[in-house]
Design a protein around this ligand. Structure first.
Ligand code: NDP
Length: 330
């Protein structure tokens, strides 16, 4: 095993958080029980914020960035894991307070680990990444609250992004009529139809001031955008429909009214992937392994080198990345 390896490390430089490439040694890693040879990481929206320093995601410096990782266990002082085990980690504070996945090696805690489900590769888990796993949490949020395909159309906002593309594919595969809202209808519309979108909704139709109640359109919503788009989606949700809110790509605000909740019995279901329980995670990953269309996954993901991460971090924040990026850290 080579002693030194590459990582992207956030450090404080002149009072600012700056992420840069560093040569690391095993002794630089934290003293956690499971040593992993990392194969792949990803670039999620939150990674874009962390690497660019646009938001204080890394709350402890210096810190290795990358909120996801997948790879092979090399050593473990915890009896639950053995060399050769295929594992992944999403969230749990990686790149926030713990060292993350933009590193060829990492030491992690057993309680953060999800075993890569049978029939799924390390590459595929990172093609999904936190974004794809969050999509499944949203889909299960709708299903658990009783939204069925026969109840009517389901809206996905920020549909051309990482969470959105996977949500479109998953919901269409489960038989829902998916309406995909995107700011890039011309550029990404055909691609979204190829993932199973039955209709496209231009972002401007939702990113506006809405009335407290509008025409009832959606049995369910997967919202990755927040702000006016989320408020309009809530106002358009059908009687006893369910809105899952997981993102803020369009802003953290929410100027809604109580009307959809008290007159239509609408449910607003928050989705958090970072601190979700092991049970909830394993359930989501097992469902992804069972239901994710592998051709769709290949078509919505591409591999990038670790050297490209800083430039792509800026692009994902500018809304210029479509689908999912898999970072080959080696
Ligand atoms: P991406 O950048 O891949 O996708 C976000 C999409 O949102 C873009 O592709 C774009 O879609 C749309 N968008 C971007 N900017 C704006 C804007 N100003 N106004 C309206 N729409 C916009 O990010 P991810 O899919 O990785 O993440 C989506 C959101 O979900 C992020 O806010 C992220 O932080 C959050 N998230 C939350 C998690 C949780 O645990 N709750 C976990 C994972 C992600 P289009 O081009 O189709 O319009």
């Amino acid at each position: 095993m080579s002693a030194s390896f590459n990582a992207i490390v956030a450090e404080e430089v002149d009072g600012k958080t700056v992420a840069q490439f560093k040569s690391m040694d095993l002794v630089d890693l934290p003293d956690e029980p499971v040593l992993v040879d990392v194969a792949y990481s990803t670039i999620n929206y939150k990674d874009g914020l962390a690497v660019s320093g646009a938001a204080p995601i890394c709350r402890r410096l210096p810190l290795i960035c990358g909120i996801d990782l997948a790879g092979t266990v090399v050593e473990s002082s915890d009896s639950a894991y053995r060399p050769g085990d295929q594992v992944l980690v999403n969230g749990y504070g990686l790149s926030e307070v713990h060292n993350g996945g933009y590193s060829q090696k990492q030491r992690i805690r057993p309680e953060w680990i999800v075993r890569i489900p049978d029939g799924m590769s390390a590459y595929e888990t990172m093609a999904l990444g936190t974004a794809g796993y969050t999509s499944m949490l949203c889909v299960q949020g709708l299903q658990d609250l009783g939204v069925k395909p026969e109840d009517g159309p389901v809206l996905v906002t920020g549909a051309a992004g990482g969470v959105g593309t996977v949500a479109v594919s998953l919901l269409a595969g489960l038989g829902y009529e998916v309406h995909a809202s995107t700011g890039r209808v011309d550029e990404q519309g055909e691609f979204l139809r190829g993932l199973g979108a039955a209709a496209l909704v231009p972002r401007q139709e939702l990113a506006r001031d809405c009335k407290p109640l509008e025409q009832e359109l959606w049995a369910g919503v997967v919202d990755t955008v927040g702000d006016k788009v989320l408020a309009t989606a809530i106002a358009q949700t059908k009687y006893e429909g369910v809105v899952t809110a997981c993102g803020l790509a369009g802003g953290a605000g929410l100027a809604s009214s109580v009307m959809p909740f008290i007159l239509r019995g609408v449910t607003l279901r928050g989705i958090d992937s970072v601190q979700a329980s092991q049970q909830r995670r394993q359930r989501a990953w097992d469902a992804l392994a069972a239901t994710m269309n592998r051709e769709h996954l290949a078509s919505l993901s591409k591999t990038v080198a670790m050297s490209e991460v800083p430039a792509l971090a800026a692009k994902i924040l500018a809304g210029e990345v479509a689908g999912r990026l898999v970072v080959d850290v080696n």
